[in-house]
Design a protein around this ligand. Structure first.
Ligand code: ASP
Ligand code: MG
Length: 320
């Protein structure tokens, strides 16, 4: 089977972690799979590059910023290929454009259009692991673009779909997708599976587990996603279309820290949920400054200092 594995920045943050990630790749190869590995920039290096540019100019030219930011992933791809080679595998690294990822021209927020991964197919046919720099592509003008923060997920899904991969695995630093961020909410539960629609709404509402574009793309191509920890073994979470009876009433709760909004998502979420939540929050002394209900998704805006208590309250009311 052809598998696409994507490793996030925290899974690559040191040489030891890089070696561990390479070990996961090699395990798949040993089981007889062909492999495309998509990598993010290591640790906080994207933030560091951004900071560096802003020290020169608070609003750097978008084209140059993309050229700079894309280097983080390129570095990871080359290091991963070197690591895999040192462990006895044949591996070759590719930039986004070498991998045939073409995007719109919108620097910093480019959308993937055409994907023509001939060079990856060649490498795979020759028995090599293809390691691809995520988060980047080439504009119609031939300039380097990036896909928006967290965009390596989107690179992985786009390649998986274009190559007709049997599986797309996203490796990260948490055990899978939770009903809320387990670092913020005490009772958050690991989900075995989640429906594409719920995942997309959560991603759009500020959950940073997966980039919204990656979920949209997976949904459009029917490519199941498997979210796994690169640090501990476990079943992880699968994102796919769930039959209605398998879809929980409420799948998850998340927050958008910038807008100070708490959002609950699930097939039962609607006007009635919103009224109940607003009531509950007001009774707990959390003023609801704005609210909205759409099918499958309700949101309350609260004061920034009440965002975390509100998240906890909404989670325990709807999910437990
Ligand atoms: N390195 C980029 C970021 O930090 C892309 C990614 O990690 O997916 O946003
Ligand atoms: Mg991410």
């Amino acid at each position: 089977m052809l598998i696409v594995q994507k490793f996030g920045g925290s899974s690559l943050a040191s040489l030891e972690r890089l070696r561990r990630a390479a070990g996961i790749c090699l395990e798949a190869v040993r089981r007889g799979h062909r492999l495309v590995v998509v990598v993010s920039a290591a640790g906080d290096s994207t933030d560091e590059l951004l900071e560096l540019a802003r020290q020169i100019d608070p609003q750097p030219p978008a084209r140059e910023l993309d050229a700079l930011m894309a280097t983080g992933e390129q570095r990871s791809a080359a290091l991963m290929a070197i690591m895999l080679s040192s462990l006895g595998a044949e591996a070759q690294s590719f930039s986004g454009w070498q991998a045939g990822i073409y995007t719109s021209a919108l620097h910093g927020q480019a959308r993937i259009g055409l994907v023509s991964p001939q060079r990856l197919t060649e490498a795979l046919e020759e028995g090599r692991i293809a390691v691809v720099a995520g988060f980047q592509g080439l504009s119609p003008q031939g300039d380097i673009t990036t896909l928006g923060r967290g965009g390596s997920d989107t690179s992985a899904v786009a390649l998986a779909a274009a190559l007709g991969a049997g599986r797309c695995e996203i490796y990260t630093d948490v055990a899978g997708i939770y009903t809320a961020d387990p670092r913020l909410v005490t009772g958050a539960k690991l989900l075995k599976e989640i429906d594409f629609r719920d995942m997309l709404l959560l991603a759009q509402a500020g959950s940073q587990v997966l980039h919204p574009d990656s979920v949209r793309l997976a949904m459009a191509s029917g490519m199941e996603l498997r979210l796994l920890s690169s640090f501990e073994r476990g079943p992880g979470s699968v994102v796919r279309f769930l039959e209605e009876e398998r879809r929980p009433a409420y799948a998850g709760v998340t927050r958008d820290a910038e807008r100070s909004v708490v959002t609950a998502v699930g097939r039962a979420a609607g006007r009635r949920t919103l009224a109940e939540l607003a009531d509950l929050l007001e009774k707990a002394g959390v003023a609801v400054l704005d609210r909205s209900a759409e099918e499958g998704c309700v949101s309350c805006k609260v004061a920034p200092e009440q965002l975390l208590p509100a998240l906890e309250l909404v989670h325990s009311a709807l999910i437990g």
